[in-house]
Design a protein around this ligand. Structure first.
Ligand code: ADP
Ligand code: ZN
Length: 623
Protein backbone atom coordinates (compact mmCIF):
# COMPACT_ATOMS: atom_id res chain seq x y z
CA UNK A 1 0.00 0.00 0.00
CA UNK A 2 2.77 2.40 0.89
CA UNK A 3 6.18 2.48 -0.66
CA UNK A 4 8.83 0.86 1.48
CA UNK A 5 10.56 3.23 3.78
CA UNK A 6 13.59 3.71 1.67
CA UNK A 7 16.44 4.94 3.82
CA UNK A 8 18.90 5.23 1.02
CA UNK A 9 16.77 7.98 -0.38
CA UNK A 10 16.39 9.52 3.05
CA UNK A 11 20.06 9.85 3.75
CA UNK A 12 20.54 11.76 0.56
CA UNK A 13 18.25 14.51 1.78
CA UNK A 14 20.07 17.41 3.37
CA UNK A 15 20.02 17.15 7.16
CA UNK A 16 17.68 19.69 8.70
CA UNK A 17 19.72 22.49 10.08
CA UNK A 18 19.05 23.56 13.64
CA UNK A 19 19.52 27.18 12.79
CA UNK A 20 16.37 27.66 10.72
CA UNK A 21 13.61 29.78 12.22
CA UNK A 22 10.02 28.48 12.46
CA UNK A 23 8.96 30.96 9.76
CA UNK A 24 11.70 29.74 7.45
CA UNK A 25 10.67 26.13 7.95
CA UNK A 26 7.04 27.03 7.34
CA UNK A 27 7.89 28.80 4.15
CA UNK A 28 10.67 26.65 2.71
CA UNK A 29 9.48 23.20 3.68
CA UNK A 30 5.70 23.55 3.76
CA UNK A 31 5.34 26.34 1.26
CA UNK A 32 2.94 28.31 3.47
CA UNK A 33 2.87 32.06 3.90
CA UNK A 34 2.08 32.45 7.59
CA UNK A 35 1.01 30.59 10.72
CA UNK A 36 -2.68 30.25 11.39
CA UNK A 37 -4.60 30.84 14.61
CA UNK A 38 -2.40 29.98 17.57
CA UNK A 39 0.10 27.93 15.57
CA UNK A 40 2.86 30.52 15.83
CA UNK A 41 2.65 30.78 19.61
CA UNK A 42 2.45 27.03 20.09
CA UNK A 43 5.44 26.42 17.85
CA UNK A 44 7.45 29.01 19.76
CA UNK A 45 6.57 27.45 23.12
CA UNK A 46 7.72 24.00 22.02
CA UNK A 47 10.80 25.30 20.22
CA UNK A 48 11.75 26.95 23.51
CA UNK A 49 11.45 23.62 25.28
CA UNK A 50 8.07 24.14 26.99
CA UNK A 51 5.19 21.67 27.25
CA UNK A 52 1.89 22.41 25.55
CA UNK A 53 -1.67 21.15 25.54
CA UNK A 54 -3.33 22.09 22.27
CA UNK A 55 -7.04 22.10 21.64
CA UNK A 56 -7.87 22.97 18.07
CA UNK A 57 -10.77 22.06 15.84
CA UNK A 58 -10.33 19.48 13.12
CA UNK A 59 -8.71 21.13 10.16
CA UNK A 60 -7.25 23.84 12.38
CA UNK A 61 -3.71 22.77 11.58
CA UNK A 62 -2.53 20.77 14.57
CA UNK A 63 0.14 18.82 12.71
CA UNK A 64 2.28 21.86 11.99
CA UNK A 65 2.37 22.63 15.72
CA UNK A 66 4.78 19.76 16.23
CA UNK A 67 6.15 19.27 12.72
CA UNK A 68 7.70 22.72 12.59
CA UNK A 69 9.39 22.46 16.02
CA UNK A 70 10.58 19.00 14.99
CA UNK A 71 12.48 20.62 12.13
CA UNK A 72 13.73 23.54 14.18
CA UNK A 73 15.01 21.66 17.23
CA UNK A 74 17.92 19.25 16.91
CA UNK A 75 17.19 15.53 17.29
CA UNK A 76 14.23 13.35 16.36
CA UNK A 77 10.64 14.13 17.28
CA UNK A 78 8.60 11.15 18.47
CA UNK A 79 4.96 11.40 17.40
CA UNK A 80 2.52 9.10 19.17
CA UNK A 81 -0.50 8.44 17.02
CA UNK A 82 -3.13 5.76 17.57
CA UNK A 83 -4.14 5.37 13.95
CA UNK A 84 -1.90 3.40 11.72
CA UNK A 85 -3.47 4.49 8.43
CA UNK A 86 -3.19 8.12 9.42
CA UNK A 87 0.39 7.66 10.52
CA UNK A 88 1.30 6.20 7.16
CA UNK A 89 -0.40 9.02 5.29
CA UNK A 90 1.35 11.65 7.34
CA UNK A 91 4.72 10.04 6.84
CA UNK A 92 4.10 9.77 3.10
CA UNK A 93 3.09 13.45 3.00
CA UNK A 94 6.16 14.54 4.99
CA UNK A 95 8.48 12.59 2.74
CA UNK A 96 6.95 14.35 -0.21
CA UNK A 97 8.10 17.55 1.45
CA UNK A 98 11.60 16.20 1.78
CA UNK A 99 11.30 15.67 5.52
CA UNK A 100 13.05 12.66 6.97
CA UNK A 101 10.07 10.88 8.52
CA UNK A 102 9.37 7.23 9.32
CA UNK A 103 7.02 5.15 11.42
CA UNK A 104 7.14 2.19 13.75
CA UNK A 105 4.01 0.08 14.00
CA UNK A 106 2.66 -3.44 13.82
CA UNK A 107 2.37 -3.48 10.02
CA UNK A 108 6.14 -3.72 9.53
CA UNK A 109 8.23 -6.83 9.51
CA UNK A 110 11.34 -7.32 11.61
CA UNK A 111 13.76 -6.09 8.95
CA UNK A 112 11.85 -2.88 8.33
CA UNK A 113 11.58 -2.19 12.04
CA UNK A 114 15.31 -2.72 12.50
CA UNK A 115 16.16 -0.40 9.65
CA UNK A 116 13.93 2.32 11.14
CA UNK A 117 15.47 1.87 14.58
CA UNK A 118 18.90 2.14 13.07
CA UNK A 119 17.96 5.38 11.32
CA UNK A 120 16.76 6.73 14.65
CA UNK A 121 19.99 5.80 16.45
CA UNK A 122 22.16 7.36 13.78
CA UNK A 123 20.25 10.63 13.84
CA UNK A 124 18.82 10.31 10.35
CA UNK A 125 15.22 11.04 11.26
CA UNK A 126 13.44 14.34 11.85
CA UNK A 127 10.22 12.65 12.92
CA UNK A 128 9.38 9.13 13.99
CA UNK A 129 5.70 8.18 14.25
CA UNK A 130 4.99 5.46 16.72
CA UNK A 131 1.88 3.56 17.82
CA UNK A 132 1.29 3.87 21.59
CA UNK A 133 1.43 0.13 22.24
CA UNK A 134 4.79 0.06 20.54
CA UNK A 135 6.16 3.06 22.36
CA UNK A 136 5.48 1.74 25.86
CA UNK A 137 7.44 -1.46 25.30
CA UNK A 138 10.60 -1.46 27.44
CA UNK A 139 12.63 -2.19 24.33
CA UNK A 140 11.41 0.99 22.63
CA UNK A 141 12.00 3.08 25.75
CA UNK A 142 15.60 1.78 25.91
CA UNK A 143 16.04 2.68 22.31
CA UNK A 144 14.77 6.21 22.86
CA UNK A 145 17.15 6.68 25.77
CA UNK A 146 19.99 6.08 23.38
CA UNK A 147 18.73 8.45 20.70
CA UNK A 148 18.81 12.22 20.51
CA UNK A 149 15.23 13.45 20.88
CA UNK A 150 13.75 16.85 20.08
CA UNK A 151 10.21 16.45 21.46
CA UNK A 152 7.27 14.15 22.06
CA UNK A 153 3.99 14.87 20.34
CA UNK A 154 0.93 13.01 21.62
CA UNK A 155 -1.76 13.18 18.96
CA UNK A 156 -5.46 12.45 19.67
CA UNK A 157 -4.69 13.07 23.33
CA UNK A 158 -8.34 12.65 24.36
CA UNK A 159 -7.76 8.88 23.98
CA UNK A 160 -6.42 9.06 27.53
CA UNK A 161 -9.84 10.03 28.87
CA UNK A 162 -12.03 7.25 30.15
CA UNK A 163 -15.12 9.38 29.68
CA UNK A 164 -14.51 9.88 26.03
CA UNK A 165 -15.55 7.56 23.26
CA UNK A 166 -12.02 6.79 22.04
CA UNK A 167 -10.43 5.57 25.26
CA UNK A 168 -7.24 3.55 24.78
CA UNK A 169 -5.61 2.01 27.80
CA UNK A 170 -2.13 2.26 26.27
CA UNK A 171 -2.45 6.02 26.47
CA UNK A 172 -2.59 5.89 30.27
CA UNK A 173 0.97 4.68 30.38
CA UNK A 174 2.25 7.65 28.43
CA UNK A 175 2.53 9.61 31.68
CA UNK A 176 5.84 7.81 32.20
CA UNK A 177 7.37 9.96 29.47
CA UNK A 178 7.52 12.79 32.02
CA UNK A 179 9.67 10.74 34.39
CA UNK A 180 11.72 8.90 31.79
CA UNK A 181 12.54 11.93 29.65
CA UNK A 182 12.29 14.97 31.92
CA UNK A 183 14.17 17.35 29.66
CA UNK A 184 12.25 16.70 26.45
CA UNK A 185 9.26 18.96 25.70
CA UNK A 186 5.91 17.29 25.25
CA UNK A 187 2.97 18.56 23.25
CA UNK A 188 -0.45 16.90 23.47
CA UNK A 189 -3.06 17.65 20.82
CA UNK A 190 -6.77 17.00 20.44
CA UNK A 191 -9.82 18.29 18.63
CA UNK A 192 -12.38 17.01 21.09
CA UNK A 193 -12.15 17.98 24.70
CA UNK A 194 -14.44 19.88 26.99
CA UNK A 195 -13.10 21.52 30.13
CA UNK A 196 -13.30 18.33 32.18
CA UNK A 197 -11.57 16.15 29.59
CA UNK A 198 -8.88 18.77 29.19
CA UNK A 199 -8.11 18.62 32.91
CA UNK A 200 -8.08 14.87 32.73
CA UNK A 201 -5.62 14.91 29.83
CA UNK A 202 -3.30 17.28 31.69
CA UNK A 203 -3.38 15.10 34.81
CA UNK A 204 -3.07 11.73 33.18
CA UNK A 205 -0.26 12.74 30.86
CA UNK A 206 1.56 14.60 33.66
CA UNK A 207 1.24 17.84 31.74
CA UNK A 208 0.29 19.88 34.77
CA UNK A 209 2.70 22.69 34.00
CA UNK A 210 2.00 22.72 30.27
CA UNK A 211 0.63 25.88 28.71
CA UNK A 212 -2.88 25.41 27.35
CA UNK A 213 -3.72 26.66 23.89
CA UNK A 214 -7.41 26.62 23.11
CA UNK A 215 -8.49 27.68 19.65
CA UNK A 216 -12.04 28.60 18.83
CA UNK A 217 -14.19 25.73 17.71
CA UNK A 218 -15.90 27.53 14.92
CA UNK A 219 -15.63 26.04 11.46
CA UNK A 220 -17.06 28.94 9.48
CA UNK A 221 -16.70 27.22 6.12
CA UNK A 222 -19.10 24.44 7.12
CA UNK A 223 -22.75 25.17 6.49
CA UNK A 224 -24.97 23.37 9.02
CA UNK A 225 -28.38 22.18 7.87
CA UNK A 226 -30.93 19.94 9.53
CA UNK A 227 -34.15 19.06 7.74
CA UNK A 228 -37.16 17.02 8.80
CA UNK A 229 -37.07 13.59 7.25
CA UNK A 230 -39.74 12.88 4.69
CA UNK A 231 -38.20 10.55 2.14
CA UNK A 232 -34.57 10.23 3.17
CA UNK A 233 -33.24 8.65 -0.02
CA UNK A 234 -34.90 11.15 -2.27
CA UNK A 235 -33.84 14.04 -0.05
CA UNK A 236 -30.26 12.83 -0.14
CA UNK A 237 -30.27 12.47 -3.92
CA UNK A 238 -31.78 15.93 -4.39
CA UNK A 239 -29.21 17.42 -2.06
CA UNK A 240 -26.22 15.84 -3.80
CA UNK A 241 -27.56 16.59 -7.23
CA UNK A 242 -28.32 20.22 -6.50
CA UNK A 243 -25.16 21.08 -4.58
CA UNK A 244 -22.49 18.41 -4.65
CA UNK A 245 -22.54 16.66 -7.98
CA UNK A 246 -19.10 15.10 -8.50
CA UNK A 247 -17.91 16.03 -5.01
CA UNK A 248 -16.41 13.74 -2.48
CA UNK A 249 -18.50 13.17 0.65
CA UNK A 250 -19.42 10.94 3.56
CA UNK A 251 -22.92 9.66 4.31
CA UNK A 252 -23.48 8.34 7.83
CA UNK A 253 -26.14 5.78 8.77
CA UNK A 254 -26.72 3.98 12.03
CA UNK A 255 -26.97 0.37 10.84
CA UNK A 256 -24.94 -1.81 8.51
CA UNK A 257 -28.01 -2.79 6.51
CA UNK A 258 -28.87 0.78 5.88
CA UNK A 259 -25.29 1.55 4.86
CA UNK A 260 -25.39 -1.23 2.29
CA UNK A 261 -28.80 -0.23 0.97
CA UNK A 262 -27.89 3.46 0.72
CA UNK A 263 -24.61 2.75 -1.06
CA UNK A 264 -26.49 0.55 -3.54
CA UNK A 265 -29.13 3.21 -4.05
CA UNK A 266 -26.50 5.86 -4.81
CA UNK A 267 -24.57 3.51 -7.09
CA UNK A 268 -27.78 2.79 -9.01
CA UNK A 269 -28.05 6.51 -9.65
CA UNK A 270 -24.58 6.57 -11.12
CA UNK A 271 -22.53 7.74 -8.14
CA UNK A 272 -19.31 6.10 -7.03
CA UNK A 273 -20.59 5.13 -3.58
CA UNK A 274 -18.84 2.59 -1.37
CA UNK A 275 -20.04 1.04 1.88
CA UNK A 276 -17.90 0.99 5.01
CA UNK A 277 -18.81 -0.75 8.27
CA UNK A 278 -17.50 -3.27 10.76
CA UNK A 279 -19.35 -6.11 9.03
CA UNK A 280 -17.19 -5.89 5.92
CA UNK A 281 -13.95 -7.81 5.95
CA UNK A 282 -10.77 -5.88 6.54
CA UNK A 283 -9.60 -6.00 2.93
CA UNK A 284 -12.84 -4.60 1.58
CA UNK A 285 -12.76 -1.83 4.18
CA UNK A 286 -9.17 -0.96 3.38
CA UNK A 287 -9.93 -0.99 -0.34
CA UNK A 288 -12.90 1.33 0.03
CA UNK A 289 -10.99 3.70 2.24
CA UNK A 290 -8.13 3.73 -0.26
CA UNK A 291 -10.44 4.58 -3.12
CA UNK A 292 -12.07 7.31 -1.08
CA UNK A 293 -8.66 8.83 -0.40
CA UNK A 294 -7.27 8.46 -3.89
CA UNK A 295 -10.03 8.88 -6.40
CA UNK A 296 -12.00 12.00 -7.11
CA UNK A 297 -15.69 12.21 -6.32
CA UNK A 298 -16.06 9.07 -4.21
CA UNK A 299 -18.90 8.94 -1.67
CA UNK A 300 -18.37 6.75 1.36
CA UNK A 301 -21.51 5.46 3.07
CA UNK A 302 -20.56 4.45 6.56
CA UNK A 303 -21.48 3.68 10.10
CA UNK A 304 -19.58 5.66 12.69
CA UNK A 305 -16.85 3.03 12.35
CA UNK A 306 -15.49 5.16 9.56
CA UNK A 307 -13.73 8.43 9.87
CA UNK A 308 -11.41 8.68 12.81
CA UNK A 309 -8.12 9.75 11.38
CA UNK A 310 -9.39 10.48 7.91
CA UNK A 311 -7.62 13.67 7.13
CA UNK A 312 -8.67 14.05 3.53
CA UNK A 313 -8.80 17.82 3.11
CA UNK A 314 -11.41 18.09 0.34
CA UNK A 315 -14.44 16.25 1.72
CA UNK A 316 -17.17 18.61 0.50
CA UNK A 317 -20.16 17.24 2.39
CA UNK A 318 -21.07 15.09 5.34
CA UNK A 319 -24.64 13.83 5.30
CA UNK A 320 -26.40 12.16 8.23
CA UNK A 321 -29.35 9.94 7.47
CA UNK A 322 -29.63 9.07 11.16
CA UNK A 323 -29.26 11.21 14.21
CA UNK A 324 -25.94 10.98 16.07
CA UNK A 325 -26.14 10.26 19.80
CA UNK A 326 -24.53 13.47 20.96
CA UNK A 327 -23.28 16.84 19.84
CA UNK A 328 -19.74 15.60 20.37
CA UNK A 329 -20.34 12.87 17.79
CA UNK A 330 -22.15 15.27 15.45
CA UNK A 331 -19.38 17.83 15.67
CA UNK A 332 -16.66 15.27 15.13
CA UNK A 333 -18.40 13.64 12.17
CA UNK A 334 -19.38 16.88 10.47
CA UNK A 335 -15.88 18.17 11.19
CA UNK A 336 -14.52 15.81 8.56
CA UNK A 337 -15.93 18.14 5.92
CA UNK A 338 -13.91 21.01 4.56
CA UNK A 339 -10.59 20.67 6.33
CA UNK A 340 -9.09 22.73 3.53
CA UNK A 341 -11.19 25.69 4.67
CA UNK A 342 -13.35 25.74 1.53
CA UNK A 343 -17.16 25.86 1.66
CA UNK A 344 -18.66 22.53 2.68
CA UNK A 345 -22.01 21.28 3.89
CA UNK A 346 -23.02 19.35 6.99
CA UNK A 347 -26.47 18.12 6.08
CA UNK A 348 -28.82 15.96 8.10
CA UNK A 349 -32.36 14.67 7.91
CA UNK A 350 -34.06 13.59 11.08
CA UNK A 351 -37.52 12.54 12.13
CA UNK A 352 -39.67 11.28 14.94
CA UNK A 353 -38.53 7.69 14.51
CA UNK A 354 -34.91 8.73 15.07
CA UNK A 355 -35.82 10.36 18.32
CA UNK A 356 -37.80 7.38 19.50
CA UNK A 357 -35.15 4.89 18.44
CA UNK A 358 -32.30 6.69 20.17
CA UNK A 359 -34.29 7.27 23.35
CA UNK A 360 -35.18 3.58 23.48
CA UNK A 361 -31.66 2.40 22.75
CA UNK A 362 -30.45 4.56 25.58
CA UNK A 363 -32.97 3.31 28.12
CA UNK A 364 -32.35 -0.31 27.12
CA UNK A 365 -28.57 0.03 27.33
CA UNK A 366 -26.52 -1.67 30.03
CA UNK A 367 -25.02 1.33 31.81
CA UNK A 368 -25.79 2.37 35.37
CA UNK A 369 -28.08 5.26 36.27
CA UNK A 370 -25.38 7.88 36.30
CA UNK A 371 -24.15 6.79 32.87
CA UNK A 372 -27.67 6.91 31.51
CA UNK A 373 -28.23 10.35 32.98
CA UNK A 374 -25.15 11.69 31.20
CA UNK A 375 -26.19 10.01 27.95
CA UNK A 376 -29.69 11.39 28.28
CA UNK A 377 -28.34 14.92 28.67
CA UNK A 378 -26.18 14.46 25.61
CA UNK A 379 -29.07 13.25 23.51
CA UNK A 380 -31.20 16.14 24.76
CA UNK A 381 -28.54 18.60 23.63
CA UNK A 382 -28.43 16.94 20.22
CA UNK A 383 -32.22 17.16 19.90
CA UNK A 384 -32.06 20.74 21.07
CA UNK A 385 -29.85 21.55 18.11
CA UNK A 386 -32.32 19.88 15.74
CA UNK A 387 -35.35 21.75 17.02
CA UNK A 388 -33.80 25.14 17.64
CA UNK A 389 -35.24 28.11 15.77
CA UNK A 390 -32.19 30.33 16.34
CA UNK A 391 -28.73 30.12 14.74
CA UNK A 392 -27.52 26.53 14.93
CA UNK A 393 -23.86 27.47 15.06
CA UNK A 394 -24.39 29.58 18.17
CA UNK A 395 -26.03 26.63 19.91
CA UNK A 396 -23.32 24.24 18.80
CA UNK A 397 -20.47 26.48 19.85
CA UNK A 398 -22.02 27.38 23.18
CA UNK A 399 -22.19 23.69 23.98
CA UNK A 400 -18.42 23.53 23.56
CA UNK A 401 -17.90 26.62 25.65
CA UNK A 402 -17.40 29.01 22.75
CA UNK A 403 -19.42 32.16 22.30
CA UNK A 404 -20.40 33.48 18.89
CA UNK A 405 -21.62 37.06 19.23
CA UNK A 406 -23.75 37.27 16.11
CA UNK A 407 -25.90 34.70 14.31
CA UNK A 408 -23.62 33.07 11.79
CA UNK A 409 -25.44 33.61 8.51
CA UNK A 410 -24.25 30.24 7.28
CA UNK A 411 -26.68 27.72 8.74
CA UNK A 412 -30.19 26.87 7.62
CA UNK A 413 -31.91 28.68 10.47
CA UNK A 414 -29.98 31.86 9.66
CA UNK A 415 -30.50 31.57 5.92
CA UNK A 416 -34.20 30.70 6.07
CA UNK A 417 -35.43 31.45 9.59
CA UNK A 418 -38.06 28.89 10.54
CA UNK A 419 -41.48 30.17 11.45
CA UNK A 420 -43.05 29.27 14.75
CA UNK A 421 -46.69 28.89 15.64
CA UNK A 422 -48.74 28.77 18.80
CA UNK A 423 -49.06 25.04 19.38
CA UNK A 424 -50.80 25.24 22.76
CA UNK A 425 -54.12 23.84 21.62
CA UNK A 426 -52.69 21.23 19.26
CA UNK A 427 -50.39 20.01 21.98
CA UNK A 428 -53.27 19.67 24.43
CA UNK A 429 -55.13 17.59 21.88
CA UNK A 430 -52.11 15.40 21.21
CA UNK A 431 -51.32 14.81 24.86
CA UNK A 432 -54.86 14.05 25.85
CA UNK A 433 -55.15 11.65 22.94
CA UNK A 434 -52.14 9.79 24.30
CA UNK A 435 -53.77 9.71 27.72
CA UNK A 436 -57.21 8.60 26.58
CA UNK A 437 -55.91 5.75 24.46
CA UNK A 438 -54.06 4.38 27.48
CA UNK A 439 -50.45 5.39 26.63
CA UNK A 440 -50.13 2.17 24.63
CA UNK A 441 -49.98 3.40 21.05
CA UNK A 442 -47.46 4.70 18.57
CA UNK A 443 -47.59 7.95 16.70
CA UNK A 444 -49.31 6.75 13.52
CA UNK A 445 -52.19 5.32 15.45
CA UNK A 446 -52.51 8.44 17.55
CA UNK A 447 -52.62 10.58 14.44
CA UNK A 448 -55.31 8.35 12.96
CA UNK A 449 -57.41 8.83 16.09
CA UNK A 450 -56.88 12.60 16.08
CA UNK A 451 -57.79 12.87 12.42
CA UNK A 452 -60.81 10.60 12.80
CA UNK A 453 -59.65 7.81 10.55
CA UNK A 454 -61.96 4.84 10.18
CA UNK A 455 -59.38 2.11 9.97
CA UNK A 456 -59.84 -1.43 11.32
CA UNK A 457 -57.71 -1.09 14.42
CA UNK A 458 -59.55 1.96 15.62
CA UNK A 459 -62.95 0.48 15.00
CA UNK A 460 -61.97 -2.68 16.86
CA UNK A 461 -60.56 -0.86 19.84
CA UNK A 462 -63.59 1.34 20.19
CA UNK A 463 -61.47 4.48 20.13
CA UNK A 464 -63.86 6.29 17.84
CA UNK A 465 -65.98 6.75 20.94
CA UNK A 466 -63.38 8.69 22.95
CA UNK A 467 -63.41 12.47 23.20
CA UNK A 468 -60.25 13.05 21.19
CA UNK A 469 -61.45 11.08 18.17
CA UNK A 470 -61.54 13.30 15.12
CA UNK A 471 -60.68 16.54 16.94
CA UNK A 472 -57.49 17.14 14.95
CA UNK A 473 -58.57 17.47 11.33
CA UNK A 474 -57.08 20.97 11.08
CA UNK A 475 -53.58 19.55 10.76
CA UNK A 476 -52.25 17.13 8.16
CA UNK A 477 -50.69 13.84 9.22
CA UNK A 478 -47.24 15.30 8.58
CA UNK A 479 -47.98 18.34 10.69
CA UNK A 480 -49.09 16.10 13.53
CA UNK A 481 -45.88 14.12 13.17
CA UNK A 482 -43.96 17.32 13.59
CA UNK A 483 -45.95 18.10 16.76
CA UNK A 484 -45.25 14.67 18.24
CA UNK A 485 -41.59 14.83 17.28
CA UNK A 486 -41.16 18.10 19.09
CA UNK A 487 -43.01 16.77 22.13
CA UNK A 488 -40.69 13.78 22.32
CA UNK A 489 -37.59 15.82 21.54
CA UNK A 490 -38.45 18.27 24.29
CA UNK A 491 -39.21 15.58 26.83
CA UNK A 492 -43.01 15.97 27.15
CA UNK A 493 -43.54 12.49 25.79
CA UNK A 494 -41.30 9.47 26.02
CA UNK A 495 -41.18 6.20 24.16
CA UNK A 496 -42.15 3.23 26.30
CA UNK A 497 -38.99 1.15 26.68
CA UNK A 498 -41.07 -2.03 26.96
CA UNK A 499 -43.16 -1.73 23.85
CA UNK A 500 -41.76 -0.43 20.62
CA UNK A 501 -42.95 3.00 19.71
CA UNK A 502 -45.72 3.45 22.30
CA UNK A 503 -45.74 7.01 23.61
CA UNK A 504 -46.23 7.88 27.27
CA UNK A 505 -46.73 11.13 29.13
CA UNK A 506 -43.96 12.46 31.33
CA UNK A 507 -44.27 14.51 34.50
CA UNK A 508 -43.19 17.56 32.52
CA UNK A 509 -46.34 17.72 30.42
CA UNK A 510 -48.76 18.31 33.30
CA UNK A 511 -49.02 22.12 32.96
CA UNK A 512 -49.46 21.80 29.18
CA UNK A 513 -52.22 19.28 29.57
CA UNK A 514 -53.99 21.46 32.10
CA UNK A 515 -53.73 24.45 29.78
CA UNK A 516 -51.52 26.35 32.25
CA UNK A 517 -48.62 26.74 29.88
CA UNK A 518 -48.42 27.98 26.30
CA UNK A 519 -46.00 26.45 23.80
CA UNK A 520 -44.44 27.69 20.59
CA UNK A 521 -43.67 25.05 17.98
CA UNK A 522 -41.38 25.06 15.03
CA UNK A 523 -43.12 25.06 11.69
CA UNK A 524 -41.28 22.55 9.54
CA UNK A 525 -40.36 24.15 6.25
CA UNK A 526 -42.11 22.69 3.24
CA UNK A 527 -39.43 21.33 0.94
CA UNK A 528 -39.18 23.46 -2.17
CA UNK A 529 -37.49 21.92 -5.12
CA UNK A 530 -33.82 22.71 -5.62
CA UNK A 531 -33.85 25.59 -3.18
CA UNK A 532 -30.23 25.68 -2.20
CA UNK A 533 -29.36 28.03 0.62
CA UNK A 534 -25.75 27.63 -0.42
CA UNK A 535 -25.73 30.72 -2.58
CA UNK A 536 -26.79 32.83 0.36
CA UNK A 537 -23.78 31.84 2.47
CA UNK A 538 -22.00 35.02 3.31
CA UNK A 539 -19.24 33.91 5.60
CA UNK A 540 -17.16 31.99 3.11
CA UNK A 541 -16.65 32.35 -0.58
CA UNK A 542 -18.10 30.02 -3.16
CA UNK A 543 -16.79 26.49 -3.55
CA UNK A 544 -13.68 25.93 -5.61
CA UNK A 545 -15.74 24.13 -8.20
CA UNK A 546 -17.89 27.21 -8.68
CA UNK A 547 -14.92 29.54 -8.98
CA UNK A 548 -13.16 27.70 -11.74
CA UNK A 549 -13.39 29.52 -15.02
CA UNK A 550 -10.93 27.38 -16.94
CA UNK A 551 -12.37 23.88 -16.59
CA UNK A 552 -9.98 22.33 -19.12
CA UNK A 553 -6.99 23.79 -17.30
CA UNK A 554 -8.29 22.53 -13.99
CA UNK A 555 -8.82 19.04 -15.39
CA UNK A 556 -5.33 19.03 -16.87
CA UNK A 557 -3.73 19.98 -13.55
CA UNK A 558 -5.73 17.33 -11.74
CA UNK A 559 -4.76 14.71 -14.31
CA UNK A 560 -1.12 15.64 -13.89
CA UNK A 561 -1.46 15.31 -10.11
CA UNK A 562 -3.27 11.98 -10.37
CA UNK A 563 -0.58 10.53 -12.57
CA UNK A 564 2.16 11.51 -10.13
CA UNK A 565 0.11 10.20 -7.20
CA UNK A 566 -0.58 6.86 -8.83
CA UNK A 567 3.05 6.44 -9.74
CA UNK A 568 4.02 6.82 -6.11
CA UNK A 569 1.04 5.05 -4.59
CA UNK A 570 -0.10 8.02 -2.51
CA UNK A 571 -3.38 9.99 -2.41
CA UNK A 572 -3.47 12.96 -4.83
CA UNK A 573 -3.61 15.53 -2.03
CA UNK A 574 -0.25 14.30 -0.79
CA UNK A 575 1.20 15.72 -4.03
CA UNK A 576 -0.74 19.01 -3.90
CA UNK A 577 -4.02 20.11 -2.36
CA UNK A 578 -6.88 21.39 -4.48
CA UNK A 579 -6.23 24.84 -3.06
CA UNK A 580 -2.68 24.71 -4.40
CA UNK A 581 -3.82 23.66 -7.88
CA UNK A 582 -6.41 26.39 -7.79
CA UNK A 583 -3.81 28.99 -6.86
CA UNK A 584 -1.62 27.71 -9.71
CA UNK A 585 -4.42 28.12 -12.20
CA UNK A 586 -5.08 31.64 -10.95
CA UNK A 587 -1.47 32.82 -11.00
CA UNK A 588 -0.28 30.93 -14.08
CA UNK A 589 3.39 30.85 -13.04
CA UNK A 590 5.85 30.50 -15.90
CA UNK A 591 9.06 30.03 -13.95
CA UNK A 592 10.12 27.99 -10.94
CA UNK A 593 10.47 31.19 -8.89
CA UNK A 594 6.93 32.18 -9.69
CA UNK A 595 5.71 28.68 -8.94
CA UNK A 596 7.40 28.83 -5.52
CA UNK A 597 5.06 31.70 -4.65
CA UNK A 598 2.02 29.46 -4.96
CA UNK A 599 0.61 28.48 -1.55
CA UNK A 600 1.54 24.91 -0.67
CA UNK A 601 4.63 24.71 -2.89
CA UNK A 602 7.72 24.19 -0.73
CA UNK A 603 11.30 23.63 -1.79
CA UNK A 604 11.14 19.83 -2.09
CA UNK A 605 7.94 19.78 -4.11
CA UNK A 606 9.21 22.58 -6.29
CA UNK A 607 12.23 20.50 -7.15
CA UNK A 608 10.32 17.27 -7.65
CA UNK A 609 7.23 18.49 -9.48
CA UNK A 610 7.99 22.03 -10.54
CA UNK A 611 8.96 21.24 -14.11
CA UNK A 612 6.11 18.80 -14.64
CA UNK A 613 3.51 21.31 -13.54
CA UNK A 614 5.11 24.17 -15.45
CA UNK A 615 4.96 21.99 -18.54
CA UNK A 616 1.30 21.24 -17.92
CA UNK A 617 0.63 24.96 -17.43
CA UNK A 618 2.37 25.72 -20.73
CA UNK A 619 0.20 23.15 -22.47
CA UNK A 620 -2.88 24.70 -20.91
CA UNK A 621 -1.83 28.13 -22.14
CA UNK A 622 -1.39 26.85 -25.69
CA UNK A 623 -4.60 24.91 -26.00
P1 ADP B 1 -5.80 19.00 12.04
O1 ADP B 1 -4.81 17.92 12.34
O2 ADP B 1 -5.84 20.07 13.08
O3 ADP B 1 -7.15 18.49 11.72
P2 ADP B 1 -4.11 19.49 9.81
O4 ADP B 1 -2.87 19.61 10.55
O5 ADP B 1 -4.35 18.23 9.05
O6 ADP B 1 -5.35 19.76 10.75
O7 ADP B 1 -4.26 20.74 8.84
C1 ADP B 1 -5.42 20.94 8.08
C2 ADP B 1 -5.07 21.53 6.73
O8 ADP B 1 -4.65 22.89 6.84
C3 ADP B 1 -3.92 20.80 6.08
O9 ADP B 1 -4.28 20.61 4.76
C4 ADP B 1 -2.74 21.74 6.24
O10 ADP B 1 -1.82 21.55 5.21
C5 ADP B 1 -3.40 23.10 6.20
N1 ADP B 1 -2.65 24.10 6.99
C6 ADP B 1 -2.29 24.01 8.28
N2 ADP B 1 -1.63 25.11 8.69
C7 ADP B 1 -1.55 25.94 7.61
C8 ADP B 1 -0.99 27.24 7.38
N3 ADP B 1 -0.36 27.92 8.35
N4 ADP B 1 -1.12 27.77 6.15
C9 ADP B 1 -1.76 27.11 5.16
N5 ADP B 1 -2.31 25.88 5.32
C10 ADP B 1 -2.22 25.29 6.52
ZN1 ZN C 1 -26.43 30.47 11.92
Amino acid sequence: MYPDQDFEQLTREPPSSASRSPEQVLHEVFGYESFRLLQGEIVQEVVNGGDALVLMPTGGGKSLCYQVPALVRPGTAIVISPLIALMQDQVAALRELGVRAAFLNSTMDYEQARATEYALMTGELDLLYCAPERLIQPRTIDLLHNASLSLFAIDEAHCVSQWGHDFRSDYLQLSMLAQEFPGIPRIALTATADERTRKEIAERLSLTTARHFVSGFDRPNIQYRITPKTNANKQLLDFIKAEHEGDCGIVYCLSRNKVDATARMLADKGYTALPYHAGLDATARARHQERFLREDGVIIVATIAFGMGIDKPDVRFVAHLDLPKSLEAYYQETGRAGRDGKPSTAWMVYGLQDVIKLRQMLEASQGNDQFKRVERQKLDAMLGLCEVTRCRRQVLLRYFGDELEQPCGNCDTCLTPPETWDGTVAVQKALSCVYRTGQRFGVNYLIDVLRGSENERILQSGHQAISTYGIGTELSANEWKSVFRQLVANGYLRADPESYGALQLTEQCRPLLKGEQAIELRKDPVAKKSSSPRSAGKRSGPAIREQITDQAGWDALRACRKELADKQGVPPYVIFHDTTLFDMLERRPETLEQLAEVSGVGAAKLEKYGEVFLQTLREIAQS
